[in-house]
Design a protein around this ligand. Structure first.
Ligand code: PBG
Length: 326
């Protein structure tokens, strides 16, 4: 054969890593941590093997475990002691995330990002204030502008507790601007906002909703999260967040939306985050448990694909396992 171009020449062990286009490192990863005010002990999350809800008293120990693997950042999610219509525990000074943030930032070097949303805090499980008849009328939904004020208060309370970065995830129109303005007015102009800018109404969030006890009691999130059919709309969503001052742009979920990650990467110069969500984690675990997939190799390949698509940072439940293996 007279082949001049033989790509296989560069696939030998000696040169593979020299010519690899993409690298995954522990410092690209952010580990989600669940802090639960309803428990005094660590509780395993059944649908997310290896993950737990931990009480505030264990938050520092839990984050230290993450740091020991080489991962330097965590995303804190809170499960409050009580819920109500407006989600008032979300912005309480002595709330679960606020308390955990205070402890973790005082005792560790972790970079602490907090999830800013109301769905874990509202009795109905929606990501904001719902319209009066929403329970019986499926065309009704979250009141957008009234919710903004509550999100802004929540973000400020996190920053006051010492959060290094806040990450609004409610897909409320105007949320980044409202939060940016409130943070600045309270003296937190250096706290960046990582927006869940293109967040889809996805079936892949199932295990998380068990983990954080945030499933909607009625209806679904179609009226505020994005339609999985839409790719161009993601750019419109992201553009709005950029105009409102977002510092990091997140696409969520990751694996089924790598085209969106790539499109955002090409269109904007901001750092792009991909959220490798709970369902993506759970399905690999389930298949590995059956012996059908190699857990570590599949996880690693998934995360590498997100980086190849253009993600700079990845939120993933695999963070500790992959970092430890690297
Ligand atoms: C809160 C929030 C959710 C996730 C992150 N923040 C749940 C949802 O929108 O239903 C999902 C994360 C995951 O599945 O890993 N709004």
């Amino acid at each position: 054969m007279n082949l001049t171009d033989r790509p296989r020449r560069l696939r030998t062990d000696g040169i593979r890593s020299l010519v690899s286009e993409t690298n995954l490192s522990a410092t690209d990863l952010l580990a989600p941590v669940f802090v639960d005010a309803t428990t005094d002990e660590r509780v395993e999350i059944e649908s997310m093997p290896g993950h737990e809800r931990v009480p505030v008293s264990e938050a520092v120990a839990r984050v230290q475990e993450v740091l020991d693997t080489g991962v330097e950042a965590v995303m804190l999610f809170g499960i409050p002691e009580s819920k109500d219509e407006r989600g008032t525990r979300a912005w309480a000074e002595d709330g679960v995330v606020q308390e955990a943030t205070r402890r973790v930032t005082a005792a560790t070097d972790a970079y602490v990002v907090t999830d800013v949303c109301l769905c874990e805090y509202t009795s109905h499980g929606h990501c904001g204030v719902v319209e009066d008849e929403a329970e019986t009328d499926p065309t009704l939904t979250v009141k957008n502008d009234e919710t903004l004020e509550l999100l802004a208060k929540t973000a400020v309370s996190h920053a006051r507790a010492g959060a290094d970065m806040v990450a609004p995830s409610s897909m409320t129109d105007g949320m980044v601007g409202a939060i940016r303005e409130a943070l600045d007015a309270d003296g937190h102009e250096s706290v960046p906002v990582m927006s869940y800018a293109a967040k889809y109404e996805s079936a892949f969030y199932g295990p998380f909703r068990d983990a954080a006890d945030g499933a909607p009691a009625f209806g679904d999130r179609r009226h505020y999260q994005m339609d999985p059919a839409n790719g161009r709309e993601a750019l419109r969503e992201v553009r709005l967040d950029v105009e409102q001052g977002a510092d990091v742009l997140m696409v969520k979920p990751a694996l089924a939306y790598l085209d969106v990650v790539r499109a955002v990467r090409e269109e904007f110069d901001h750092p792009v985050a991909a959220y490798n969500v709970s369902g993506e984690y759970a399905m690999i675990h389930a298949a590995a448990e059956k012996g059908w997939l190699d857990l570590e190799a599949t996880a690693f390949e998934s995360l590498l694909a997100m980086k190849r698509a253009g993600a700079d940072l990845i939120l993933t439940y695999f963070a500790e396992d992959v970092a430890a293996a690297l």
